[in-house]
Design a protein around this ligand. Structure first.
Ligand code: NI
Length: 170
C-alpha cells in the first residue's frame, strides 16, 4: 500500500465529473487500498478518487466511532437510490479544503447502491454521520464540494480565503 497525495482547492480536477469504473481490475483494488490508507493517515472519514487526482467513481469511508472499531467501506460506482425528505444539519469539513468547516443541511437518511471489491452489487441504508458522509463523497464524484451547500455568503467567504492562501503559496 502507499500513501497518495491529496489535492486541494482550487485544483480544477475537484470540479470535474468522474467516470464510472468499467471493470474491477487489480489496479482498482490497489487504488482502494491506497485510498483507505491515505484516508486513515490524513486522518479523515471519507475520501473520493478525484481528491487523489484520479477521475473514476471510487470512494472509501469509515465513519465509525472509536469505541465501535473500524468500519471501512469501499465503494465502486456508488449511487444514491433514495433520499429521505427529512433533513439534518451536520458540521462538515473536507481533506481537499483544509482549515474550513461548515454546517451542511442534507437528507437525513438514504439508500445507496454500489459495487463491492468482488464486483457484487450491494445495497445499504444509512443515516446520521454515515448518510452525510456518503452524500459528501458522491458529491466529489460529480465535482461538487460541501461549500456548494452553504449560503452564498459563507461560501464566498471560504472561497476568497482559499484563493488568497493559494496565491500566497505560489
Ligand atoms: Ni471532501
Amino acid at each position: 500500500m502507499a500513501l497518495l497525495p491529496i489535492i486541494h482547492v482550487p485544483d480544477p480536477l475537484l470540479r470535474q465529473v468522474a467516470e464510472p469504473v468499467a471493470e474491477i481490475t487489480p489496479a482498482i483494488l490497489k487504488q482502494l487500498d491506497d485510498m483507505a490508507e491515505t484516508m486513515y493517515d490524513a486522518p479523515g472519514i471519507g475520501l473520493a478518487a478525484p481528491q487523489i487526482g484520479v477521475m473514476n467513481r471510487v470512494i472509501v469511508m469509515d465513519c465509525a466511532k472509536d469505541e465501535d472499531g473500524p468500519e471501512l467501506w469501499k465503494m465502486i460506482n456508488p449511487e444514491i437510490i433514495q433520499l429521505s425528505e427529512d433533513t439534518s444539519k451536520l458540521e462538515e469539513g473536507c481533506l481537499s479544503i483544509p482549515g474550513h468547516v461548515g454546517e451542511v443541511e442534507r437528507p437525513a437518511s438514504l439508500r445507496a447502491r454500489f459495487l463491492d471489491v468482488d464486483g457484487n452489487l450491494q445495497e445499504m441504508e444509512a443515516d446520521g454521520l454515515l448518510a452525510a458522509c456518503i452524500q459528501h463523497e458522491i458529491d466529489h464524484l460529480d465535482g461538487v464540494l460541501f461549500i456548494d451547500h452553504l449560503s452564498r455568503l459563507k461560501k464566498n467567504m471560504i472561497w476568497r480565503k482559499v484563493l488568497k492562501d493559494a496565491k500566497s503559496r505560489n
